[in-house]
Design a binder for this molecule. Structure first.
Ligand code: ATP
Ligand code: MN
Ligand code: MN
Length: 301
């Protein structure tokens, strides 16, 4: 007879830490950061990133051989990314359903990074009700040659117009060229109302100031203007998530910024994955307290 009592425990198993292989692989050739450095960035920033990234359908940008090589956008997988990269079934237009990706913890973040992920993009809705959007994003895309001063002024104008109709908004530097104006919303309306509101808001701005703003995709009409990309607000669209790294030269990151601090910025990519500790401190500072959160319903206008 065995002398060792069988293990009986109701405790959940302690999850394995995520093993990151090829830590020395250079992911950002221009500035030299490796896959290990990227994983360390996400491990550090996870506590302040997860409130925005967890339990939302995500798309990831994977560049398994580094950002200079082939990268791809991915919104489905067959389970190969890891056990902490979870699936949520979402109804498709054709009536079927597809499993979309989401994460809920640091393990999920790091399993994606282990599989070559650089960027995390999220839906404007949570997995508990993907038909009830909780976030609107106005993605300001300046035409080439426009000054960042113009982008900042545009973001502030949008903030003021939103405030006029009772909505609090927040600014995020995309890590690329533009600013995203983020409007947290209490779920309670559907995607049609969400998209319609975003479209009408952007159109009103382009009609009021046609020399500065354009609300249509058409490249030809964008010359010297800022495209207010309201199309981020359709069902199924994504926007880059706060604190996501970007697959761009220098390993920049998308970062929340207080309105008062936006004034002092010279471009949309002042931080990189090298700044993890600074970003963490900053995220927990007074100026960013409450960034991205507000209990406000979409107005009935
Ligand atoms: P920038 O400030 O440089 O414009 P950005 O993140 O706003 O940076 P955009 O090109 O304006 O970049 O894209 C806006 C959003 O559209 C992205 O954050 C992403 O979520 C989504 N997007 C872009 N390209 C794709 C793609 N190929 N497939 C799916 N979604 C995409
Ligand atoms: Mn953009
Ligand atoms: Mn855009």
């Amino acid at each position: 007879a065995s002398e060792v009592a069988p293990e009986t425990s109701d405790d959940p198993p302690i999850p394995e830490p995520v093993a990151i292989t090829s830590r020395d692989r250079v992911v950002f050739p221009e500035s030299g950061q490796t896959k290990g450095a990227l994983a360390d960035y996400y491990a550090t920033i996870a506590p302040v990133m997860l409130p925005f990234a967890a339990r939302r359908p995500i798309s990831i940008v994977r560049c398994p051989q580094g950002r200079g090589k082939k990268c791809f956008f991915q919104k489905h997988d067959s389970g190969a990314l890891g056990d902490a990269v979870r699936h949520v079934p979402i109804r498709e237009k054709d009536g079927g359903t597809e499993d979309y990706l989401y994460i809920e913890d640091m393990r999920g973040l790091l399993q994606c990074v282990q599989m070559g992920t650089i960027e995390f993009h999220g839906w404007g809705a949570r997995t508990d009700d993907v038909e009830a959007p909780d976030r609107m994003v106005f993605d300001l895309d300046p035409d080439e040659g426009l000054d960042f001063t113009d982008v900042k002024r545009a973001a502030n104008d949008i903030r003021a117009r939103l405030a006029d109709i009772g909505l609090v908004s927040f600014a995020m530097l995309s890590g690329g060229k533009g600013v995203h104006v983020v409007v947290p919303l209490t779920p309670g309306h559907g995607w049609d109302a969400h998209k319609d509101f975003a479209r009408r808001f952007a159109e009103a701005l382009s009609i009021a100031e046609p020399d500065r703003f354009v609300a249509t995709m058409s490249k030809a009409k964008r010359k010297g203007k800022i495209f207010i990309d309201w199309l981020r607000n359709q069902r199924g669209s994504t926007a880059v998530l706060p604190y996501s790294a970007r697959a761009r030269a220098g390993a920049p990151v998308a970062v929340p910024i207080a309105w008062g601090e936006l004034e002092r910025q010279d471009n949309a990519h002042p931080f990189s994955i090298d700044d993890a500790k600074r970003l963490l401190d900053r995220a927990q500072s007074k100026s960013l307290a409450g960034w991205g959160f507000a209990d406000q319903a979409l107005p009935d206008v």
